[in-house]
Design a binder for this molecule. Sequence first.
Ligand code: NAD
Length: 289
Amino acid sequence: MKIAFIGLGNMGEPMARCLVAAGHDVTGFDPNSSPNGVSCVPYVQDAVANVDVAITMLPNGDILRAVASEIHPAMKKGGVHLDCSTVDVDSARNVAQAAENAGLSSVDAPVSGGMGGAANGTLTFMAGGPDTAIATVQPLFDVMGQKFVHCGAAGAGQAAKICNNMILGATMIATCEAFALADKLGLDRQSMFDVVSTSSGYSWSMNAYCPASGIGPNSPSDNAYTPGFSAELMLKDLRLSQQAAEAVDAETPMGARAMQLYTDFVEVHGMGNMDFSAMLPYLKSTSRK
Ligand code: NAD
């Protein structure tokens, strides 16, 4: 397939490499990067001319909207804009409408799995968009990922992503505060893990990504909380979930509290570059208010 890949950062670069390795004809564009192994051009319009699929992997919804307005007029009719960034649901729907107006179709397909998943082609894609466009991009999901779920119409992929990450943020905090409490109660961390990971308190945060070092499978806590998934990105996703909840008047008290705690963690304590599971040493170091 002839593909443009726009946004060659931590995620985009390895994803583009996977597509090149699978034999696709990939042209990249990023104002700040032109990695080896992906053939790049200096203007975004040149990257998308005559492509079947233009993939974007960008920091936020404002940048996505700006890039969409540049690339849609330059794409051939019938092409697909596949956005894999994590952005607000409104931007995803707005870009889908803009694509339709330009005679294109679009899919919003944010990912889960992080930089490791991007490098190994094992991401999970959660996709929103029409069946025909999904059918076009599915072979690309198969190269860059190991699982994909078609969640519904435009915006459904972003909706699924922020709901998942709202659960993740809240359960990580709950797991960390339980370890901090267990420590202060004199409970051995391994015993805590052995009980909770096989009892009703189990979760992905406890079982697969344990925030306590030396316990459970290898995770960022075993590597001095080097991300993994940074607290800054978790905060971004929690903010997106609260923005969406406000827009549709959904009561999300745990999500709102998780956002406050990660806001303090990142903005007051400057921990944005740490893994989001570093909430454990932070909670342990604070006193009850
Ligand atoms: P990043 O900041 O490393 O990469 C973004 C890239 O976009 C940068 O290289 C930047 O130069 C480029 N860019 C900015 N403006 C541009 C423009 N106008 N045109 C073209 N390129 C432009 O971010 P990332 O970690 O690769 O994340 C990308 C997206 O994936 C984000 O939406 C993020 O929330 C999401 N995500 C990241 C992870 C992760 O673990 N890093 C996991 C899941 C989802």
